[in-house]
Design a protein around this ligand. Structure first.
Ligand SMILES: *Cc1c(COP(=O)(O)O)cnc(C)c1O
Length: 230
């Protein structure tokens, strides 16, 4: 079941890339495994998946301990400063950095552990009240401040699009994020690159690929509906 789903999603990504002349190798599928048991992750792993996304620090750490070390763990949920110490050195990429204070904490922890931390800036493109992330207008200023940290490296941008009735409705948010990443890239800021665009979930990853996504985060489409009551 999980392997079939991964094949289907991978094939959809390949087709979406083809229609806009992109190489499928530019896009990595992150299997969002939050709330799902280790056994299901093992199944996805056995079908070749090496990138997994979690939104809770505790859950990421528990799974990190018991699963193969060649898995790249993506911290995709809101990160509190007091939990930074648990993810630095474990998460391959932190997608959800949206403040200088959070980046400062990551720098401090990376210094302590003598490691480097790759991050994305989370942008609230649609300006939704309920969402974390900086506004489009604030992003460049934050990027410039975080760029000064020696052990924190900005690799690109991330967004969570609104829940949409029609996936095409989210294309506008994806294209705005892409444009912002191009604008920032052209500024040639030291210690900043914009190679990564993390956008698109089960409902809208095809539109995200059409608009330049390099990481798509798919949960339900791979593992099925989540049950938050367990
Ligand atoms: C849960 C989650 C996803 C995956 O959502 P699906 O709709 O199940 O694909 C992607 N990104 C983030 C940040 C999430 O929290």
């Amino acid at each position: 079941m999980i392997c079939d789903n991964i094949k289907t999603v991978t094939e959809n990504i390949r087709k979406a890339a083809a229609v806009c002349g992109r190489a499928p190798s530019e896009i990595t599928l992150i299997a969002v495994s939050k709330t799902k048991p280790v056994s299901m992750i093992q199944e996805a792993y056995s079908c070749g998946c090496r990138d997994f996304g979690e939104n809770k620090v505790q859950e990421l750490c528990d799974k990190y301990e018991v699963l193969p070390k060649d898995i790249r763990w993506h911290m995709i949920g809101h990160l509190q400063r007091n939990k930074v110490k648990y993810v630095v050195g474990k998460a391959a990429l932190i997608h959800s950095v949206d403040s200088l204070r959070l980046a400062q904490e990551i720098q401090k922890e990376a210094e302590k552990k003598q490691v480097h931390a790759d991050i994305l800036i989370e942008v609230n493109v649609a300006g939704e009240e309920s969402k974390f992330g900086v506004s489009l207008e604030e992003t460049e200023a934050l990027v410039r401040e975080i760029a000064r940290f020696s052990r924190v490296h900005i690799r690109g941008l991330m967004t969570i699009a609104p829940i949409a009735e029609h996936p095409e409705d989210n294309a506008v948010y994806f294209s705005k994020l892409k444009q912002l990443s191009v604008d920032i890239m052209e500024k040639n800021i030291d210690n900043v690159n914009m190679n990564v665009l993390s956008m698109g979930m089960t409902g809208d990853y095809i539109q995200a690929v059409h608009n330049g996504a390099t990481l798509v985060r798919v949960g339900t489409g791979i593992f099925g509906e989540r049950d938050y009551s367990v």
